[in-house]
Write a protein that binds this ligand. Structure first.
Ligand code: MG
Length: 264
């Protein structure tokens, strides 16, 4: 056999072998991951320490700075729309708006990347329910990453799902809840991810959350989407809206006021 013929025969054998291995791999049955349940990604200890936040007076309420985009100033939901399309149908009254659980999530019409977000939320004084079923809402960065909103005043839940958690990922550093009936303030600083060509993070998203003047998240890396069941998912995206969650828990709905954002 000459050298050329030997090389081509060797290549043919190698190629055929690769096809056989490939076919075998396709036929072979591998174990599949076990089906995940919600409780598999929830943990309850250690509970964050309880910190009594400073008090506020009406005169000291923080109004929007001059370069902020006003998302809600007490008048209407013109900056918002239904997350599934159509207008935002939550109820505006007395300078605030209240979640309407029948009409679904709402989101900003404008989409954002890096920002400082201020929003205030209030749990009804007569709130009932326990754990996740008490004043559950949430604010989603770019529509994908939830910072939890929940009434955790004398109400324990899994710590990676309590107020100020990056939901099912990172518990807050403290519990700085005000009593039901009092207004809670979130100041959130968010940096959007930068993606590689293959859709994974070159730079992951990060978030800092200050709740009533107390730091709950300190430049926390977000691992991916905040899933109720299963692991965070990484998927490529661009700018996205701020989404407010209409959660199906049976408790009395919470309200929001004074929402503004500064792009960074
Ligand atoms: Mg929520």
């Amino acid at each position: 056999m000459n050298k050329k013929s030997f090389i081509s025969k060797s290549l043919l054998v190698t190629f055929s072998f690769a096809i056989c291995v490939g076919a075998y791999a396709q036929q072979k049955e591998y174990p599949q991951p076990e089906r995940m349940k919600p409780g598999m990604s929830e943990y309850w200890t250690p509970q964050p320490k309880i910190v009594t936040p400073g008090t506020t007076t009406k005169a000291a309420a923080l109004t929007a700075p001059s370069d902020a985009i006003i998302l809600f100033d007490g008048k209407d939901l013109s900056a918002w729309e239904g997350a599934q399309g159509g207008p935002a149908l939550w109820k505006v009254h007395d300078g605030v708006f209240t979640v309407d659980k029948k009409t679904g999530d709402i989101q900003t019409k404008q989409k954002f990347e890096n920002y400082q977000l201020h929003l205030e939320w209030c749990v009804p004084e007569n709130i009932t329910g326990t754990s996740q079923g008490r004043g559950n809402s949430g604010v989603f960065m770019q529509g994908l990453y939830e910072v939890q909103i929940l009434d955790n005043y004398n109400n324990e839940t899994y710590v990676n799902g309590q107020a100020g958690s990056v939901y099912k990922q990172t518990p807050p550093l403290a519990n700085a809840m005000r009593k039901p009936g009092e207004w809670n303030v979130y100041d959130i600083i968010y940096s959007a991810p930068i993606f590689k060509e293959d859709g994974t993070y070159r730079v992951p998203p990060t978030v800092t959350v200050i709740h009533n003047g107390v730091v709950l998240q300190n430049h926390t890396t977000i691992l991916g989407t905040t899933e109720y069941i299963g692991f965070p998912k990484v998927r490529k995206h661009g700018v996205g809206p701020i989404v407010l969650q209409s959660h199906g828990d049976p408790s009395e709905p919470i309200s929001f006021r004074n929402i503004w954002i500064r792009e960074l």
